[in-house]
Design a protein around this ligand. Sequence first.
Ligand code: 5GP
Length: 192
Amino acid sequence: MELLENRIRKDGIVKAGNVLKVDSFLNHQIDIELLNEIGKEFKRIFGNEGITKILTVEASGIAIAAIVAQYFNVPVVFAKKSQSINLDGSVYQTKIESFTHKRVYDVIVSKKYLSPDDRILVVDDFLANGCAADGLIDIIKESGATLVGVGIIIEKGFQDGGKRLRERGVRVESLAIVDSMNDETGEITFRH
Ligand code: 5GP
């Protein structure tokens, strides 16, 4: 998506450790006009798939998923990071290792909000090693719902999450795929 690539080139900041900061339009301040274009693009890609819910993980996924969901007219469910282990069987639970925070979170989704009739689109801001997507897919599997695909705003193509998911047969659609980025020069290249 050219608009997105241009914005990443203009405002993205490459940090050491393969981290791309997009705080000025996606992860801290949010450009709603851009997110609307992203929502339209996901609708164009996944619009004929009978999606009934959009699933993401807190915190940064929520705003994105909420705007995208307006184009599908479906609810958003977000996996919550949980401190306590739920023993009463009312939630689906999995572990997600955070790429940016380098720690493992337990995340939960109430069983009330996913059912075998659901057709789910997973949405997230970044795809790096694929831990967040893996965790959400585990939860979808456990619920018996159908995973339609994974919609990512920025995939870092030099990390292996996208490759692994696609090899497993998951439909991954990324609106921008970063091929390389250099924290010394700030240069970012994209895959097409
Ligand atoms: P993964 O689970 O695929 O390794 O990483 C994806 C998650 O880590 C995303 O939800 C995103 O919040 C965060 N993340 C991964 N790489 C980056 C990055 O380069 N920049 C930012 N801002 N977040 C990232």
